[in-house]
Design a protein. Structure first.
Length: 187
């Protein structure tokens, strides 16, 4: 293959096809769910674990937020959201960091939805007899395209407690919390 034979595909690859680059959304959380967060907890030590639903307190998340979704390398995306501090039903808080600055999470590819942005945080116990905790925080946009004028989805947290470490770890309890959202693209 001569230089002209591979130059055209290379130029298209480098220049791109004019696809998704960045979108900003004004997002509103479901006020009722943000004020009394629905959750479900499962005792993983039970012989037959059963999810028990409940309603917690205020999420601690701002009802109105501005999110920016950006294209990243290799077709991936990232999302920038206001600093996350999600209060769970027993009073513990799922956070990404302690800096009070916007948080950025890496996400799925931009070609087609739905779209997910996930952060996993592990909090090892420093006291014998206390459980280790893993938080999975997810921002989920249910749309097929990031260029839609309106979006819908949810923010959820999964909190899992464990005893032991590594292959000897045993799940004790898993709780999930979810707040629905809608949003409108900023033009």
């Amino acid at each position: 293959m001569n230089a002209m034979g591979w130059a055209a595909p290379l130029v298209l690859l480098v220049a791109g096809c004019g696809g998704f680059e960045q979108e900003t959304y004004d997002v509103e959380l479901d006020a009722a769910q943000a004020a009394a967060v629905p959750y479900s907890c499962t005792d993983k030590t039970a012989k037959e674990p059963v999810a028990v639903p409940g309603v917690g307190g205020v999420s601690g998340l701002a009802l109105q937020q501005r999110w920016t979704v950006r294209a990243e390398e290799y077709g991936a995306t990232s999302i920038e959201v206001p600093d996350v501090s999600f209060t769970l039903h027993r009073g513990d808080v799922a956070t990404l960091d302690e800096d009070d600055a916007p948080d950025i999470l890496q996400g799925t590819r931009s070609e087609e939805g739905p779209f997910q942005y996930v952060d996993i945080r592990s909090i090892p116990s420093t006291v014998v007899g206390e459980s280790n905790i893993v938080y999975v925080l997810r921002f989920y946009i249910a749309n097929d395209s990031l260029e839609d004028d309106d979006i819908e989805g949810f923010v959820d947290v999964r909190r899992t407690s464990f005893e032991g470490l590594g292959i000897d770890a045993r799940e004790l309890e898993e709780c999930t919390y979810k707040v629905r959202l809608t949003g409108r693209r900023v033009k």
